[in-house]
Structures are given as C-alpha cells and as structure tokens.
Design a protein around this ligand. Structure first.
Ligand code: MN
Ligand code: MN
Length: 496
C-alpha cells in the first residue's frame, strides 16, 4: 500500500500537455495573470499545508461540529444581550463587513481554481473556495439569531446590497481584490498581503479580545475561520516567490498596493473595535501596539525573507498608525446616522488612556472631542440632530473613504487631473495607486460625484433612506443618546 507521501503528489499534480489548444488559450493572461510563464516554470509550485480532499472534508466537518456545539452552549440571544453595549457595535461592524466579502472570496478562489497555473495551486484554491463559503455561512447563521432583537444586525446580510458609503468603499476594495483580480494578483493581494499580512493575525487578536469581553461565540467563530485562512493563505507565498523571480518590480508593486489598501479598511474595522468599542478594563493593548507587534514586525520580516523592500510610503504608514482610525472614528461619529451601528464618546478615562498610547497627535483629536462634548452639553439627551454634521463630506477617489489623512489641522488630501476630470485622494499612496492603473479606477464615482450627477439624492434624509437603505430604526446613534454619567449638563434652566 502507498504511504501518504507517495500517493499525495499523484492526487495534487494532475497537469497534462495540451495537444489541440495552446497553453495560452487554456490560461489566458487576462485571467491567469502576469508574468505569463509556460507551465514548466510553475511545475515545482508547492506550499507547506498539503492536504487531500478526504482530509479536508474530515477536518472541516469536525470544525463545523465544534462551532455548532459552542453555538448551542453560548450562542443564544441572551448570551449576546449580556455583552457590553459598545462591544455590540464592534460585532455589528464585523458582522456586516465579513460574510459577503467572504462570499466574494469564494468567487475569487474559484477563478484561481480554474486559472491558477499549476494543478496543486488549483486544488488548494478549490479548498479555499469551500473555506470561504463556510466563512459566509457561519456569521450569517450566528447573527441571524440577533435580528429579531436588534434590527441593526440585519445589516449582516444587507450591508453589501446597499449603497451606504462604507459599502461603496468596501465593495470597491473587495471587488477589485477578489472578483476582478487575475489568479496571480489574487494570490499576492489576497493570500499573501491581506490574509497572511493582516487577517490571519487580526483573527488572533480579535479572538483574544472577544474572549476578554466574554463574547465566546464570536471568539469561536473567528478562531474556526482563522484555521482555514492559515491553510489557504499559503497559496500566496508560493505564487509570490515565482513572480519575484520573473518580475520583481511587479511583485513589489502588488505588495505595496495591497498593503496600503488593506491597511485603510483594516484600520477602520479593527481600530474602532480595539480603541473605542472594547470596554477600557478589558483592553490589553492599543490598536497601534497590536499593529506594531503583530502586523508590522511580521510583515516586514516576511518581506525581508523574500528579499523585498518595505513599501516606499513606509513613513506615511507609520504616521497613519498614530492617527488614521482616530480621524475616521470622530468623523464617522459626527455622521453616525450614515452607518448601521452606534458610537460612543470616549470617557475622560478612555481619553487619558488614548493620550498615553498616542502621545504624538492626541492633543488635536482630543480637542475635537471637546467640541462634540460641548455640543452634547448644550443639547438634551437623545437630541442626536444637534450633535451631528449636516454638510456633505468629501471622499477619496481611490479608497472611497472620507478624506481623513493627516491631522485635523493638516489634511493630506491631494488632487490629480486625469482625462479631463479632477480626482481627489486622501493620501499620497492612494494617489500613487490610482496613477499606476488609472484605466482601472477612473470610471468609478465616489459618493459626492454620484450626488452631483443626481444618481444619489442630495438631501441627507433621502440619502440615508433611499440610497444608503437605512431607517430611523437602523441608522447609527450615540449608544447612550449623549447621556453619559461624566458629561455634566447644566441644570435644565441654564440651557439657553
Ligand atoms: Mn475567509
Ligand atoms: Mn481567505
């Protein structure tokens, strides 16, 4: 009988020579990616997590069974109702951002399962597609329980079907990364940068955080997903090594583009959760410290091992570690009715904690919170409209997020004239990415251009309900209606 080592290559390496079509017809560059190389350059493709279909099915079945067991034990509505109110918003943010992006990853992996250049790669990508389908279904199943309690959880499924500004940005990112990318860009952008560089480690951090706040269902879900990611992310380095060998410059470009794009989205989803939605007594480190320890060090080490450079914008990135998620958070707080989850004003103790961890620019962010708090003091609890922005804000033509680069006093927004149109970017790296592939990005309209061309309504109430698909029930509010124990309001008679 054959041993595993003897039969596994027979089940993984299934390529054959074509006799009546050319290899280029079977694997066109537009779908397979560049550099386009004959199969002999890919035939040694290998990754460390070799698995067979039988092993895959047995393992995945066991993982699913253990998720269901945890759900039976601690995944009931009453378990979620016990969680701290700010944390529920971290849950709503992740619940919406995650599952349908995972489904887009199913599509991306199926394309790689067809157009990847070696059969072992295609096999791994096929398992990856099955993984991502599981990552779609688990959060949909877990969060469904909560919809009857809190309609904001309905956005778990609704989010990507809306034209909410966060959904526009997230789709712009995931559509390019997962459904538009060829097999090589998918492997480098998704498997290497996004999964190995960010989500794999993020899941480790998030599950620890969920454990601390007592959210054991979320912890289990994330841990279970992470074990799949750790396996299929291995596709990335195996592909990247060959791209580096044949076209180092292009490899560097893909790495730098996807690191920046991933960073912006990651800063919002994870930055908000760690520095604002986790109760202070449960925090073990700041988002910046987490990034430095888990993402920055490891990513730089893996680049070094591959003989690649760190991104040219590294100083800009390090500066944005101090600032970016704080800038987006306070901006989004001021426009909270435009999203599907609630916000909290950081308490005096939380602000002291943040000052301690972000000494470089916290003064400026802190001053902005003082203004928010003054406005709450001057208005009645629950009077959301009087502590809310009214004017339309501007969005970046690359990342589609609010222009939040730099500090409150020095925004790093920058413009470009291209094809008779004026484009605006939140940062130098966003401008640089656009400039490298203008034909890919220039046709897309960010939210303000949609309003100006009457595709989207200009008045905020109509924009929220008709375009963003929010309702007074679901749109974001201050989680406490501005009624904080530390926010001393003047007695009723004193409000002028
Ligand atoms: Mn996934
Ligand atoms: Mn994945």
């Amino acid at each position: 009988m054959l041993k595993r080592d003897e039969w596994l290559p027979l089940a993984r390496k299934l390529d054959w020579d074509y006799s009546y079509v050319s290899e280029k017809d079977v694997f066109p560059e537009v779908a397979s990616g560049r550099p386009w190389l004959p199969h002999k350059e890919w035939k040694n493709w290998d990754e460390p997590y070799r698995t067979s279909y039988t092993e895959y099915v047995v393992n995945q079945h066991a993982k699913d069974a253990s998720v269901y067991a945890v759900r039976d034990a601690v995944g009931r509505l009453s378990d979620f109702q016990r969680l701290a109110s700010p944390w529920l918003n971290a849950l709503k943010l992740h619940a919406a951002a995650l599952p349908l992006a995972e489904f887009a990853a199913t599509v991306g992996n199926l394309r790689a399962g067809r157009f990847g250049r070696d059969s072992a790669w295609r096999t791994m990508a096929t398992f990856g597609a099955l993984d991502e389908l599981r990552h779609t279904q688990i959060p949909l199943m877990v969060m469904h329980e909560l919809v009857r309690w809190d309609p904001q959880f309905d956005w778990t499924h609704k989010f990507y079907h809306s034209d909410d500004w966060v959904a526009i940005a997230a789709r712009h990112f995931f559509d390019e990364l997962l459904t538009a990318a060829d097999a090589i860009e998918l492997a480098v952008g998704t498997n290497f940068v996004f999964e190995t560089g960010f989500t794999n480690l993020q899941f480790v951090g998030l599950s620890a955080l969920a454990d601390q706040v007592g959210d054991h269902m979320f912890e289990k879900m994330v841990t279970s997903i992470q074990t799949d990611e750790a396996r299929h992310a291995q596709i990335g380095q195996a592909v990247l090594e060959n791209v580096i060998k044949h076209d180092r410059k292009y490899a560097q470009y893909l790495l730098d583009k996807w690191f920046w794009r991933s960073w912006l989205l990651f800063a919002i989803v994870t930055g908000f959760s760690m520095d604002y939605f986790t109760p202070l007594e449960k925090r073990s480190c700041s988002f910046k410290e987490f990034m430095e320890e888990w993402i920055v060090d490891q990513y730089l080490r893996s680049l070094q091992e591959l003989g690649m450079e760190k991104p040219w914008y590294w100083d800009t990135f390090l500066e944005s570690l101090e600032l970016y998620h704080h800038m987006v958070y306070i901006s989004a707080y001021t426009y909270r009715s435009t999203v599907w989850f609630n916000f909290v004003v950081p308490s005096p103790e939380e602000r002291a904690w943040l000052r301690d961890r972000y000494p470089k620019h916290w003064d400026q962010i802190d001053a902005a919170w003082d203004r928010v708090i003054d406005r709450w003091r001057a208005s009645k609890p629950g009077d959301e409209a009087s502590v809310h922005g009214q004017a339309m804000v501007t969005f970046c033509d690359l990342c589609q997020l609010v222009l939040c680069g730099g500090t409150p006093s020095r925004n790093t927004a920058t413009t470009l004239d291209y094809g008779g149109r004026k484009y605006i970017f939140c940062s130098e790296p966003c401008l640089w990415i656009f400039g490298r592939e203008p034909e890919r990005y220039s046709g897309h309209k960010e939210l303000v251009k949609r309003v100006l061309s009457a595709e989207a309504p200009a008045a905020l109430p109509e924009l929220l309900t008709r375009y963003f698909r929010l309702t007074p029930e679901t749109w974001g509010k201050d989680a406490y209606g501005g009624d904080y124990p530390w926010l001393q309001r003047p007695a009723a008679g004193e409000i002028g």
